[in-house]
Design a binder for this molecule. Sequence first.
Ligand code: FAD
Length: 303
Amino acid sequence: MEKYDVVIIGCGPAGLQAAIHTARRKLKTLVFGRPENSALFRAHMENYFGLVGKVSGEELLRAGLEQIRRFGAEHRAEDVVSLEVAPEGFRVVPESGKEILAGALILALGVTRRHKKIKGEAEFVGKGVSYCVDCDGFFFRGEPVAVVGTGSAAVHGALTLSRLASEVYLVAEDLEVSAAMARELEASPVKWLKARAEEVLGQDTVTGLRLSDGTVLSVKGVFFEEGAKGALELATSLGVALDPENMRYIQVDRRQATNVPGVFAAGDVTGPPFQVAKAVGEGCVAALSAADYLSEKRRAAKA
Ligand SMILES: Cc1cc2nc3c(=O)[nH]c(=O)nc-3n(C[C@H](O)[C@H](O)[C@H](O)COP(=O)(O)OP(=O)(O)OC[C@H]3O[C@@H](n4cnc5c(N)ncnc54)[C@H](O)[C@@H]3O)c2cc1C
């Protein structure tokens, strides 16, 4: 397994600023994530210190990626699909399946901006509609289910469910995943249907899903899994605590440390205000805290 001092998940402003600092501390740094999925990618900004006039978010991100490479950090434009605590740090599993061992982790995954709900979806939440395969998949063992989504979270979710459910349909007009993940899907029993989900059907609980081509799937569960694996799912799988007020953000202290030693978080994922200035500030602090954590760990190992 390849080893890195620090693995940063997310290549928006928080993750890239963190990488600048860890790389300049001479820590072997790897950043995962697709820049086009950053909230900044399609935005224009005019309220950031020192940047006069409207600045393109896409250009800033490209410059940030160039900057981290110059300082020696590596970047892989793929999503992370699972995280685990390992004896010497953390096991990071990306879409390609090539596992990485990280000494410390910085979670800079941003927040998921949910699409407009489809007909029937809100009505059946908790009655067959779910947003988390890892949390609810087990309740659908031996039953037919559908997964809706085009990214790595949907494909990973469908593959996980194929080991539990009687039948798994993946509903996606197109897929936005790595070639390795697409191959894994093809070799699996998951049935990929190139259509859009239009209506969740049911009475007391879900009984079906109507698609844009008129097909009605007889399913007991419909999982909406958008984009990449959600920040909260990845974080909680490590035992990271969420903010107790609304359970939507990762709880951190002033060093951007979570309750799990060696795991830090920065940017939108730690809560509002959703601003680049806050994201880069937290990214910087998280990186320096991760560097201190690793030095302390090395000192303790030598003593
Ligand atoms: C339309 C719009 C306009 C905005 N305008 C402004 C503005 O004028 N000024 C301002 O300060 N802020 C603005 N913002 C907010 C700003 O863009 C965000 O606050 C900022 O991008 C947050 O940075 P971040 O690094 O925390 O998250 P993001 O930039 O969202 O980056 C998150 C990263 O995590 C990656 N990721 C997520 N899940 C995974 C996974 N499982 N594996 C690997 N990678 C993953 C994504 O691919 C992405 O690269 C705007 C936002 C929007 C949407």
